[in-house]
Design a protein around this ligand. Structure first.
Ligand SMILES: NC(=O)c1ccc[n+]([C@@H]2O[C@H](COP(=O)([O-])OP(=O)(O)OC[C@H]3O[C@@H](n4cnc5c(N)ncnc54)[C@H](O)[C@@H]3O)[C@@H](O)[C@H]2O)c1
Length: 502
C-alpha cells in the first residue's frame, strides 16, 4: 500500500505536503525514473507551491511497462470472470478505507466534498464491473445438419489509458475497471498536471491480488503518450482529454489499427423553459457549471433561458453564485477551490475579458484573492455569470473549462433546439420543463450523448457516458463499455462430413 504517502496525510493541510516517492508503477512496484533530466514541477493549485516532480517516461520505460502488462495479461485473461471479480471487489473495499480524497484535493484543487464523492464513484465503478466480470458470455447458434457455432467474448490484450487532470483518480478507475473485468491489462498515463493518485490505484490493485504488471502507471506528457499510442503490443487506447489531442491519438492509433475510445470536450446546452420549476432550474444551472471549478467536460455552459423568465432566473442564479464560498479546498465549508494551474486560470480570465468587450453584460466579478495568506499564490477566481450572451461570442462557442456560465435568451422550442445543436461538440445537454412531452421531444432532438431532464450532471456508473460529434466516440460506464474492452470470436463446429466442391 502507498503507506508512506497516505500515512503522512491525516494531519496534512493545504500547503504542507511534499511527495518524493516515485510515481511510476510496473512489474508490481513503484519504479524510479531512469533519468531526472526532463523533470517538470507539479504545483499544488491552492498555494502555487511545488508538490512534486513529474519525470516523463522514455521509450525504454514505456516498453518495460507494456511488457510487464503483457506478461500479467497472459495470467489474468485465463482466470474465470468470477475469480477476477473477487480480486476487483477486494480492490474496491481497500479504496473505501483509504484516504485518497485528501491527496486528490492537494493535487487537483477540487473541494474535499467533491473529492470524497469522486472516490466513492471510483470504488463503485470497480464494484460494478466486478459484478459484470462473471457475466461475460457468448452465444450458441445452431446450424444445419447438427453443426453449430458459438461466440466467445475475449479480452483485447494490453489497453492503454490516457487521462485528463480534472478527475485524476476517477478517470483511472473508469478506464481500468471495465478493462480488467474483461481480462485485459492496462498501462495508464495520468495527466502531467495531476500525476499523484494513479499510482495509489496500482498499489491497491496489487494489494487486492492482481498479477504483477496488470495495472501499470507511466508518467509523462505528449511524448510519453505518443510512445504508448505507437507501441505495437498495445491493442487499444482509451483517451480522455481535449479534441485536438484526441484527434492526434486517433491518428497515431490508426497506424497499427488499434481500437480507440475518445472522451473529449464539450460545450453543452442547458435549456430552461418558462414552465420549469424555477428553483430547481437555478440549482440545476449551478450544478451544470460550477463543480470542480467548472472544469468538467459535460458541463452545461450554454444556459438558454426562455425570455419571459430571464429576469427571475438571473436574479436568483447571480445571488447564489455570489454566495459560493471560494477558498481552501480542504475545508468542508468550501464549495469552490482553485483552478488546476496558472495558465488555465489566465486562459479562463482571458475568456471573461473577451466577453466583456463583446457584449454589454451584467457580468460580475472575476479575479479573486483569498484572505488566507497561505492561499495567496493559488489559482483562484470567483465564479462568473455572463448574461445577455449571443451565439457568436467566443465564450459561447469555445470550451472555457472554468467557472463561467454563459446565459442566452430564447423564445421558441424550435429556435432553441436549432441553436443548442449548433456546435461541433455533442457531449451532454439538459432541459428543464414541467411539460413531459416537451421534455422527451427535446431530449430526442439533442445531438449529444446524454440529455438530463429536470436535473444536470447525474452520471452514476450504471449509465453509459460519451459523446456525439467531436466530443468523441465509444462509451465509458454502463454495461455497454464491456463491448469496448472485449472482442468476439466465433467458433464454428462441424458434426458431419465435409462437403467439398472440389
Ligand atoms: N469526455 C470526457 O469524459 C472528459 C472527461 C474529462 C475531461 N475531458 C476533456 O479533457 C480536456 C481537459 O483535459 P486536458 O487539458 O488534460 O486535455 P489534454 O488533451 O491536454 O491532455 C489529456 C491527456 O493527453 C495527454 N497528451 C497530450 N498530448 C498527447 C499526445 N500527442 N499523444 C498522447 N497523449 C497526449 C496529456 O498528457 C494528458 O494525459 C477538456 O477538453 C475536457 O472537456 C473529457
Amino acid at each position: 500500500m502507498a503507506q508512506s504517502t497516505l500515512d503522512s496525510m491525516p494531519g496534512a493541510s493545504t500547503g504542507t505536503v511534499v511527495i518524493t516517492e516515485p510515481l511510476n508503477f510496473w512489474g508490481g512496484k513503484r519504479v524510479k525514473p531512469r533519468e531526472e533530466k526532463n523533470a517538470e514541477p507539479v504545483f499544488e493549485p491552492a498555494t502555487g507551491r511545488v508538490l512534486c516532480q513529474m519525470v516523463p517516461c522514455g521509450a525504454e520505460e514505456v516498453d518495460e511497462a507494456i511488457q510487464s502488462a503483457y506478461a500479467a495479461y497472459q495470467k489474468w485473461s485465463k482466470m474465470a470472470g468470477m475469480e477476477r471479480a473477487r480480486v476487483m471487489l477486494e480492490a474496491a473495499r481497500i479504496i473505501r478505507e483509504e484516504k485518497i480524497a485528501k491527496l486528490e484535493v492537494i493535487n487537483n484543487g477540487k473541494t474535499i466534498t467533491e473529492a470524497l464523492g469522486n472516490i466513492d464513484f471510483s470504488w463503485k465503478s470497480i464494484e460494478y464491473y466486478a459484478g459484470l466480470a462473471g457475466t461475460l458470455a457468448g452465444q450458441h447458434i445452431q446450424l444445419p445438419g447438427g453443426a453449430f457455432a458459438y461466440s466467445r467474448r475475449e479480452p483485447l490484450g494490453v489497453c492503454v489509458g490516457i487521462g485528463a487532470w480534472n478527475f485524476p483518480f476517477l478517470i483511472t478507475t473508469l478506464k481500468s475497471a471495465p478493462a480488467l473485468a474483461c481480462g485485459n491489462a492496462m498501462v495508464y498515463k495520468p495527466s502531467p498536471m495531476a500525476p499523484v493518485t494513479a499510482v495509489i490505484l496500482a498499489e491497491i490493485y496489487k494489494e487486492a491480488g492482481v498479477p504483477d504488471g496488470l495495472f501499470c502507471v507511466v508518467q509523462g506528457g505528449a511524448e510519453t503518450g505518443s510512445l504508448l499510442c505507437h507501441h505495437p503490443k498495445v491493442a487499444k487506447v482509451s483517451f480522455t482529454g481535449s479534441v485536438p489531442t484526441g484527434k492526434k491519438v486517433m491518428e497515431m492509433s490508426a497506424k497499427s489499427v488499434k481500437q480507440v475510445t475518445l472522451e473529449l470536450g464539450g460545450k453543452s446546452p442547458l435549456i430552461i423553459f418558462k414552465d420549469c420549476e424555477l428553483e430547481n432550474a437555478v440549482k440545476g444551472a449551478l450544478m451544470a457549471n460550477f463543480l470542480t471549478q467548472g472544469q468538467v467536460c459535460c458541463n452545461g455552459t450554454r444556459v438558454f433561458v426562455q425570455r419571459e423568465i430571464m429576469p427571475q432566473f438571473l436574479e436568483e442564479v447571480v445571488k447564489r453564485t455570489k454566495a459560493i464560498p471560494v477558498g481552501d479546498p480542504l475545508l468542508g465549508s468550501t464549495r469552490m477551490g482553485p483552478l488546476i494551474s496558472k495558465p488555465q486560470l489566465e486562459k479562463v480570465l482571458g475568456f471573461v475579458s473577451q466577453a466583456k468587450k463583446e457584449v454589454q453584460s451584467a457580468l460580475w466579478r472575476r479575479s479573486f484573492v483569498p484572505s488566507d495568506p497561505k492561499l495567496k499564490g493559488g489559482y483562484f477566481m470567483s465564479p462568473c455569470v455572463l448574461d445577455n450572451c449571443r451565439d457568436d461570442m467566443t465564450c459561447v462557442k469555445e470550451e472555457i473549462f472554468g467557472p463561467v456560465m454563459s446565459v442566452l435568451p430564447f423564445d421558441t422550442e424550435e429556435e432553441v433546439i436549432k441553436r443548442a445543436n449548433n456546435t461541433t461538440f455533442g457531449l451532454a445537454s439538459g432541459v428543464f420543463t414541467r411539460d413531459v412531452s416537451r421534455a422527451h421531444r427535446v431530449a430526442a432532438s439533442m445531438e449529444a450523448g446524454t440529455c438530463f431532464i429536470n436535473n444536470y450532471n447525474i452520471n452514476p456508473i450504471e449509465l453509459p457516458f460519451g459523446g456525439y460529434k467531436m466530443s468523441g466516440f465509444g462509451r465509458e460506464n454502463g454495461q455497454v463499455t464491456i463491448e469496448y474492452y472485449s472482442q468476439l470470436k466465433t467458433v464454428v463446429v462441424e458434426m458431419g462430413d465435409v462437403e467439398s466442391l472440389f
